[in-house]
Design a protein around this ligand. Structure first.
Ligand code: NAD
Length: 511
């Protein structure tokens, strides 16, 4: 399968402003690299702060007309967008795999269809803003609610699911009538730019969707602090999220922060062991573990512990690493050599503390298809046991194909350990006992709790965190609500000049 299909499409530049690609005016360039072999995919001239100003100005200019367009008009445009994305699905999948290294079967079966479905969902949701019923709550006034767009949204996205993250940020924002400037991660800007181009081709007016490809510290911080940006929506690590929040609060912007995760996977002793083992392998390794909801800490009740570890270790060994463009490849490289080295560092430190590496724990040399994996940022699926709850690999986000397994005895202990990290994005409970399931779903502090599965997401339901995983919901009607502000309109219906409540000022004097 052809690897790099980017071709000459970004010759005009990798900034998308007011409906067209153009060259950045920053002093630095950035090489977007295929992490499976280190080859250059696209050299990009990064955005300067002046480019960010231009993008915000374009978004600001487009706001009055777009925010006043009828919901039906916005919905129609998003419906056309869903159709265009479907026509270009193969192209999107290939470029996504080239810039991230993710297996083509993942791009084709998950990233691209997920984004198309999300687009179709927001096409419908655009016509379904909800609010309280209008009424005469005081008796003397008619009160009604307006749900209005906020203005220019400044969004910043990570590199793990670049296309899906572009969709999660752009779609609810524009469905609600806002305009947007998105800054994708430096490593993976290309499908966000293609998404913006598709928006234009769908008839979404110039300036409604803009993409600046720039560095976090310069373009990102400038965008977040910009006085003409009214809302900041960020997905990324908790550390950078805190910085973004600090900057945004200086100008009292609305913030939406989707941050890191360290999802627990709790297996009770009545669970279907086979389902739990298969589920853990798939949920730990999806997207080479670079998934904020990936299963990272399995807590297994003592009677099942040994069999669970043996089962996962066996399946980890069977996972096929190789060329991401080979449809048989299960696992690609990490997104970059830096990320691979970071993952390897966590594993080495755990090894140094005496942990057992029950599978993996090294960078492999040959792929299942003969690919020379030493050219890429590959790392074998790694299973770690024999480690304490306060160990770094249990507490910190690794963001790689690494699963840690710990035993527990009582149900209370299992649920307490599941909650014992700063994060709270997602979790799963594995049991056939309805009472255990209800207790786990109530007691686990996370924005999503699965029962007997781990990973699936759907456009109709929200995704977002508790605790240090941030706040704000992506997808679903909840996210649409976040990109609107609520206005109460209260109209007098008495036509009386001196109202009853004026007594607080005028006392009992006659008018
Ligand atoms: P990151 O925090 O390093 O970068 C995210 C984005 O922030 C990038 O676009 C980057 O350029 C930008 N950035 C960096 N420094 C900045 C600054 N000072 N000001 C403004 N912007 C800045 O995260 P990453 O490494 O790209 O992605 C991985 C992280 O994203 C993980 O922690 C993962 O859990 C998280 N994530 C969360 C969700 C979620 O929905 N909660 C989804 C996907 C990824």
């Amino acid at each position: 399968m052809t690897r790099n299909t980017v071709g000459s499409r970004f010759d005009a530049g990798a900034q998308y402003l007011a409906g067209a690609l153009r060259e950045g005016t920053g002093t630095e360039t950035f090489d977007v690299v295929d992490p499976s072999d280190g080859s250059l995919v696209q050299r990009v001239r990064l955005a300067s702060t002046a480019d960010v100003d231009d993008a915000v100005a374009a978004a600001r200019a487009a706001f009055p007309a777009w925010s006043n367009a009828t919901p039906g008009t916005r919905s129609d445009a998003l419906t056309r967008l869903a159709g265009i994305l479907a026509e270009r699905a193969d192209d999107f999948a290939r470029v996504e795999s080239a810039q991230t290294g993710k297996p083509i079967k993942l791009s084709t079966e998950f990233d691209v269809p997920g984004t198309i479905d999300n687009t179709a969902f927001f096409a419908g949701a655009a016509r379904n803003l909800e609010g309280k019923a209008t009424g005469e709550f005081s008796g003397d006034h008619t009160s009604s609610i307006r749900r209005e767009p906020i203005g220019v949204v400044g969004s910043i996205s990570p590199w793990n699911y670049p296309l899906q993250m572009a969709g999660w940020k752009i779609l609810p924002a524009i469905a609600a009538g806002n305009t947007i400037v998105l800054k994708p991660a430096e490593l993976t800007p290309l499908t966000s730019l293609m998404f913006a181009q598709a928006c234009t081709d769908a008839g979404i007016p110039d300036g409604v969707v803009n993409v600046v490809t720039g560095a976090g510290r310069t373009a990102g911080e400038h965008l977040v602090s910009h006085p003409d940006v009214s809302m900041v929506s960020f997905t990324g690590s908790t550390g950078v999220g805190k910085r973004v929040g600090e900057l945004a609060v200086q100008s009292v912007k609305r913030t939406h922060l989707e941050l890191g995760g360290k999802a627990p996977f709790v297996v009770f002793d009545d669970a279907d062991l086979d389902a739990a083992v298969n589920g853990a392998v798939a949920a730990a390794l999806i997207n080479t573990g670079q998934d904020c909801t990936a299963a990272t800490r399995a807590y297994v009740q003592r009677p099942l512990y040994d069999a669970f570890v043996a089962g996962v270790a066996e399946l980890f060994e069977q996972v096929r690493l190789g060329d991401p463009f080979n449809p048989q490849t299960d696992l690609g490289p990490l997104v970059s050599f830096r990320q691979r080295d970071s993952v390897a560092g966590f594993v080495e430190r755990a090894r140094g503390y005496g942990a057992t590496i029950a599978a993996g724990g090294y960078a492999p040399e040959k792929g299942h298809d003969g690919t020379d994996l030493t050219l890429g940022a590959y790392y074998r699926p790694t299973l770690i046991t024999g480690i304490a709850q306060d160990a770094e690999v249990v507490q910190s986000e690794i963001f790689g194909p690494v699963l840690v397994v710990l035993p527990f005895d009582s149900d209370e202990q299992g649920l307490r350990l599941a909650n014992d990290t700063p994060y709270g994005l997602a979790a799963s409970a594995w049991t056939r006992d309805v009472y255990r399931s209800l207790r786990a779903t109530r007691e686990i502090k996370a924005g999503c709790v699965w029962v007997n599965d781990h990973i699936p997401i759907i456009s109709e339901m929200p995704h977002g965190g508790y605790k240090a995983s941030g706040y704000g919901k992506d997808m679903s009607q909840y996210s649409l609500d976040e990109y609107t502000q609520v206005k109460h309109v209260m109209q007098d219906i008495t036509a009386v000049a001196r109202k009853d409540w004026h007594r607080t000022i005028f006392g009992d004097r006659e008018q």
